[in-house]
Design a binder for this molecule. Structure first.
Ligand code: ZN
Length: 267
């Protein structure tokens, strides 16, 4: 009896180890396979020092890709001098190609799969350094500001580790997006309008009727992060470790805005 149980336990443990190794193999294989799939139809126009850029080589020249990658490297250095990015960026030719590669039904400006070290962009205008907004009520974004936002998701992944990153994405998503928008220093949502809605001086119906809830969420996330890091001088590690009551935090920001102790004017 004992021998049978012991043998069964040993078999189970062996099976568990084999399963874990299989899962590990799939995960290790998944990233290169996914990145290979993302590169279909695109050319590697630039690759140096951890940053690779894939694009339509007829629309994006090597010098343009080099410039955007070097700008990104400098911007990331300013955020954290110890961070050395290892990311592949794919500028998709068509929206359909973007959605298939991103495995997404939505149409965001860009999408990052931090666990797979990949960032995908919807079609954008290289000559104008711009990405058109999803809706006419929103503002265009510069390509470099969106790229910095996306690259900072990779930074967060590295900084927080996989489990904390996933946990925070689920329970404190505003921090994940807020930090990226704060450093990217740009919003799709018009700032003046956003502040009026946030302070109750304008109607939230503007957001719901135009289906721009996600852009307003990004705006509020950036506002909260700016208030904490820029105005209250909270350190980045305290930002991550403190569990803020969101309603309380918003009331505090509203109060500071109305009393003109705190201003948020950048676009
Ligand atoms: Zn984001």
């Amino acid at each position: 009896m004992f021998l049978t149980v012991h043998t069964t336990m040993r078999k189970n443990r062996k099976r568990t180890i084999i399963t874990l190794l299989e899962v590990l193999a799939v995960l290790l294989l998944l990233a290169p396979v996914y990145r290979l799939a993302c590169s279909i139809g695109l050319k590697k126009v630039y690759s140096d020092n951890g940053i690779s850029i894939y694009a339509d080589d007829l629309r994006c020249k090597k010098e343009e890709a080099k410039h955007i990658a070097e700008t990104l490297r400098v911007q990331l250095m300013e955020v954290d001098g110890d961070y050395s990015p290892k990311i592949s960026v794919y500028f998709c030719k068509t929206m359909a190609g973007f959605q298939i590669k991103a495995i997404s039904m939505g149409k965001p400006l860009a999408l990052t799969r931090a666990n797979l070290k990949a960032t995908l962009f919807r079609p954008c205008d290289w000559a104008k350094n711009s990405i058109e907004p999803r809706k006419p009520q929103l503002l265009p974004r510069s390509l470099s500001s969106v790229l910095l936002h996306e690259a900072l998701h990779h930074y967060e992944w590295r900084k927080l580790g996989a489990i904390r990153f996933f946990t925070k994405t689920h329970s404190e998503h505003w921090k994940i997006e807020g930090l990226c928008e704060y450093h990217a220093a740009s919003s799709s949502f018009p700032i003046d309008k956003g502040l009026r809605i946030f302070c109750g001086e304008d109607n939230y119906d503007f957001v719901t009727s135009n289906e721009i809830q996600s852009e307003y969420f990004y705006f509020v996330s950036r506002l909260r992060t700016d208030y904490l890091l820029n105005f209250k001088k909270v350190s980045e590690s305290d930002y991550w470790s403190t569990r803020y009551d969101e309603d309380q935090l918003d009331d505090e920001i509203r109060q500071a805005l109305m009393e003109k102790r705190y201003t948020f004017t950048m676009q």
